[in-house]
Design a protein around this ligand. Structure first.
Ligand code: AMP
Length: 166
């Protein structure tokens, strides 16, 4: 399943940053997403802001979602996302902690992968509004394997509110 696909697969990517000019981090990352080989950036959401989630005190997050059409396999695409995170200098190692840039593969076509190194659809979609709402903006009709119609997934009232900033 990690091999190349002859037909382009729609892959949705979640972006988040809360350090070092978060809006700029997201804009830079979107540009780099557009340069992933064998892939085309097809859509991007507005930017959203949300209060941090978890026990560590830290600045607000900026989040967005993007759609890439790719002939790369899922792991290969993930490798490119991780390279972009590294290039932008992510500070690794603090779980829940501040980060320059976090890129998640949210949905990879209709594939379901359940491994620690790659779980798609991403488990955060139904739990985290900062993932769900930007994704819903660019893909209001999306059917997510195992979760169903994106419009039917309820906004989680237990986690911090997010709002659109542009
Ligand atoms: P985090 O620091 O929370 O972004 O987690 C990064 C780790 O999650 C990496 O080791 C990835 O291999 C793993 N991972 C599992 N599923 C995914 C996914 N859908 N998108 C991005 N990373 C993932």
């Amino acid at each position: 399943m990690s091999g190349a696909h002859p037909e382009a697969i729609p892959a949705y990517i979640g972006l988040g940053s809360n350090l070092g000019e978060p809006r700029q981090q997201i804009e830079n990352a979107l540009e780099l997403l557009g340069r992933i080989p064998d892939s085309r950036l097809v859509a991007r959401s507005s930017l959203y802001t949300s209060a941090p989630f978890g026990p560590v005190e830290q600045p607000d997050f900026v989040n967005a979602a993007a759609l890439v059409h790719t002939t790369l396999g899922a792991w290969s695409l993930l490798g490119h996302l991780q390279k972009i995170e590294r290039v932008q200098g992510r500070i690794a190692g603090i779980r829940w902690g501040p980060r320059l840039l976090d890129l998640d593969l949210l949905v990879y076509g209709d594939h379901r992968i359940d491994e620690p190194s790659l779980t798609v659809p991403h488990t955060g979609i139904a739990e985290r509004n900062f993932v769900l709402l930007p994704l819903r903006e660019i893909a209001p009709e999306l059917v997510i394997p195992g979760l169903g119609q994106i419009g039917d997934i309820e906004v989680n009232e237990l986690v911090p509110r997010i709002s659109r900033i542009e």
